[in-house]
Write a protein that binds this ligand. Structure first.
Ligand code: PMP
Length: 423
């Protein structure tokens, strides 16, 4: 090694030295071994962000989406995307991998629940059951889509490192796809999210770094900031970025939306979807509105989040902490077109967990907490709009698997001050 380099290295302390080594390596684009990747990631995680060393963090200016159809080329709109990724049916015989069981989820009528909730008999209540995706949530669809689009465009190749900030379900989907396809994964996830998701992703072979729940998205210690820092420091690392990746809403425009249209035989009056990144509601709504004239979309946003429109809906408990995982944000992701919803409804923790426990008990559908929120949103919309008949479909985003030690556990419910009774 040339003496000048050693002199520079000697002059630099720990982290700075590491970043320089890594920068040199990045230029060469050598895929790191797992151990090398982890060593760099551990160091970056251990050091507080220092602008003098790492440079300004290139946060993407997330600003919501207003023109899905005319998105600039770098994001792509339906025209560029749809033709390339047709939905694959689930194999009826021997499958090649678990990924064959992403997409094509059941639509289940939940009349026992409707009766328990005392909703009018002429309302046909349906649930789109996303926990039956192979990785346990609606986000398996976008994980597979984002990876396969990036592979098709040559952006990533097996052996590379995928880094994703997530509330855990996109993480589980990415880790599952990555295990099958041979990628390394680093997940950055706020501390609020459940240990079940953490352990699931660890089991799938990922490294997980937890960030403070209270950190705003642009704070330098947020899960989004950490993903950016890690991507800068690790060679052959990519952030597919579900908050701005058009593969996210497109998965739901091409796949989930089409499935619902087909399963309903083109007859649906209301579609109720909770929003996190907003990819699910945006993609489904665009497809349903194209195919089913008159269908109304109800968006569900937890109290504490600021996604609902009009903004004064968000006033109560604005930006305060809440316990339901996977929905709501303190910024408007670029894959969310909030205007697709004809009505937004706000929900609270206690009613959401009570409803999730009710769905499990009445229908045997093992759903997660945000599914309770979505169903509460449906009930509120039915009441507020005075709906007395018609077909209402509620998307249930994930599985109770993620919350065995949380809302499913009586002790956790009591400790958290939530009621144990069900509807
Ligand atoms: N529910 C849960 C449990 C989730 O993890 C997510 C994804 N963050 C959602 C709902 C919302 O999905 P989307 O990000 O597409 O809005």
């Amino acid at each position: 090694m040339p003496t000048e380099v050693s002199a520079v290295e000697r002059a630099m302390s720990g982290y700075e030295q590491e970043v320089h080594k890594v920068a040199a390596k990045t230029e060469a684009q050598v895929q790191p071994t797992y151990a090398e990747m982890k060593a760099i990631a551990d160091k970056v995680f251990a050091m507080p962000y220092d602008e003098a060393v790492e440079g300004v963090l290139p946060f993407y200016p997330y600003d919501g989406m207003d023109k899905f159809e005319d998105k600039p080329a770098e994001m792509g709109g339906p025209k560029e995307h749809s033709a390339s990724m047709p939905r694959r049916e689930r194999p009826a015989t021997i499958a090649n991998s678990a990924l064959d069981f992403v997409n094509n989820t059941p639509l289940i009528r939940v009349d026992r629940l409707r009766a328990a909730l005392k909703l009018p008999e002429k309302i046909e209540l349906l649930t789109k059951c996303e926990m039956y995706n192979a990785g346990g949530s609606v986000k398996d669809r976008i994980a597979m889509r984002m990876i396969e689009e990036a592979e098709a465009s040559g952006q990533i190749k097996p052996g590379d490192v995928l880094i994703e900030p997530t509330s855990g379900n996109t993480g589980c989907g990415l880790c599952m796809a990555a295990a099958i396809k041979g990628y390394k994964v680093i997940i950055t996830m706020p501390l609020k999210m459940s240990g079940e998701k953490l352990n699931m992703m660890k089991g799938l072979g990922a490294e997980i770094y937890r960030t403070p729940t209270e950190a705003g998205w642009r704070d330098t210690n947020s899960h989004i900031a950490l993903a950016i820092r890690l991507q800068k420091a690790i060679p052959c690392a990519h952030v597919l970025d579900q908050y701005k990746n058009m593969g996210n809403p497109m998965a739901h425009y091409d796949w989930t939306g089409d499935e619902i249209v087909e399963q309903c035989g083109g007859k649906l009056d209301y579609m109720v979807v909770s929003a996190g990144t907003g990819g699910t509601i945006t993609g489904i709504a665009k497809k349903l509105k194209e195919k089913i004239p008159g269908v109304q979309i109800i968006g569900v946003d937890p109290q504490g989040s600021i996604l609902a429109v009009p903004d004064n809906l968000n006033d109560e408990d604005r930006l305060k902490a809440y316990a339901v995982e996977g929905i709501g944000y303190d910024f408007i992701p670029s894959v969310l077109d909030r205007s697709v919803a004809d009505k937004w409804v706000k929900t609270k923790d206690a009613e959401s967990f009570k409803m999730a426990r009710t769905i499990i008990k009445r229908e045997g559908i093992m759903c997660g907490g945000s599914c309770g929120s979505a169903m509460v949103g449906a009930v509120k919309a039915i009441e507020q709009l005075g709906i007395t008949e018609g077909r209402v479909c509620v998307l249930l985003a994930d599985s109770t698997r993620n919350y065995m030690s949380k809302f499913l556990d009586d002790a956790w419910m009591e400790k958290s001050g939530f009621p144990l009774d069900t509807f």
